[in-house]
Design a protein around this ligand. Structure first.
Ligand code: TXA
Ligand code: MG
Length: 306
């Protein structure tokens, strides 16, 4: 159910949960200070309680109450990339943020989204927590239709069109004076070199003890079985427009020459498999995992891991 911005703001201030557009994916928003809204977000998504939420802000002053421990590099990153698809994890004064938001950690994750509707909304409501607006484990939502497919036609959605990036924000944390990437995303490590003077390392932690708790869980997966492959038997292939598949029926993910097109349509293509009742599909993995294709490779492996 599409609702206007004024109604979304009023509902959020009253403690409701509303789906909100961002440039990466749609978020399932609730007011940061409302414990019932937070509880409802975890319940509606079926999200494990030990997976903390990202706090979305519309200007830097909103960070003041949390006693964030920052240094100059944080301000450089914020100046260069906010608003934008970058989430920064900071040590905070724990009692200033509900335990349920940060899953009991002494840190919290912050992001300023680059979507005019999201920013206008947060100006009216104050900081909002927003996990991706999908049932836990399923592909994220990049349109209001996806949100309604997961949560029902009556679920309130603020319509901001299709998400431009299509894949989630990059999450970084400061460790011993160097930022490290703990969730790959739309921004790739090389994007930070000019601002930081180095390329942050990617450290996803160990399989059973990731640094970013969300990495523990099954993710992005359609019901359709995905077979990641470099050669294909008969059947459907998720492939690329700049390649030919004479033996197969193809669903195009985008063009390898422009990985942004692949990111943009990734989740909607995974959702389309289920909408069309397709039970099994190959995914063409003949690509070099560099830049954004490294993030996409990671998402595809997670989506295929049943
Ligand atoms: O692009 C995005 O980031 C989207 C849009 C809606 O902003 N949001 C999103 O939220 O992807 P979610 O909840 O699906 O993923 C948040 C990730 C999880 O993997 C979570 O574990 C991690 O951020 N995270 C949150 N707080 C953290 C913290 N204090 N330390 C480490 N990781 C944290
Ligand atoms: Mg998510």
């Amino acid at each position: 159910m599409r609702i206007p911005l004024e109604e979304a703001a009023a509902r959020l201030l009253a403690g409701d949960v509303v789906a909100v557009p961002t440039e990466t994916v749609y978020g399932l928003a609730g007011s940061l200070s409302n414990s019932e809204a937070i509880r409802d977000i975890f319940r509606i998504k079926g999200r494990p309680a030990n997976n903390p939420l990202i706090i979305h802000i519309s200007h830097l002053d909103q960070l003041k109450p949390f006693g964030c421990q920052t240094d100059l590099s944080f301000f450089k990153l914020a100046a260069a990339f906010w608003p934008g698809p970058l989430t920064l994890v900071l040590p905070i004064e724990p009692k200033t943020i509900l335990d349920s938001v940060r899953a009991g950690l002494q840190t919290a994750a912050f992001r300023m989204p680059e979507h005019p509707i999201a920013l206008e909304l947060i100006e009216k409501t104050g900081p909002l927590v927003m996990p991706s607006a999908n049932l836990s484990g399923r592909p994220s939502s990049t349109s209001p239709d996806h949100v309604e497919a997961d949560f029902g036609r009556n679920f309130p959605v603020l319509d901001g069109g299709t998400s431009a990036c299509g894949v989630e924000s990059t999450v970084m944390v400061l460790r011993e004076k160097r930022w490290i990437v703990i969730r790959q995303g739309i921004l790739v490590p090389e994007d930070f070199e000019t601002v930081l003077g180095y390329i942050p390392e990617i450290d996803l932690g160990k399989k059973d003890s990731p640094i970013c708790p969300g990495q523990l869980y099954r993710h992005y997966a359609p019901k359709c079985k995905l077979v990641l492959a470099k050669k294909f038997g008969p059947g459907i292939v998720l492939g690329y427009r700049d390649r030919e598949y004479p033996q197969n029926e193809v669903m195009y993910l985008g063009s390898l020459r422009s990985p942004e097109t692949i990111a943009e349509s990734l989740y909607s293509t995974l959702r389309k498999l289920d909408e069309q009742g397709i039970e099994e599909a190959y995914v063409d993995m003949n690509f070099e995992e560099i830049g954004l294709m490294k993030t996409i490779g990671e998402r595809l492996r997670k989506a295929a891991a049943h």
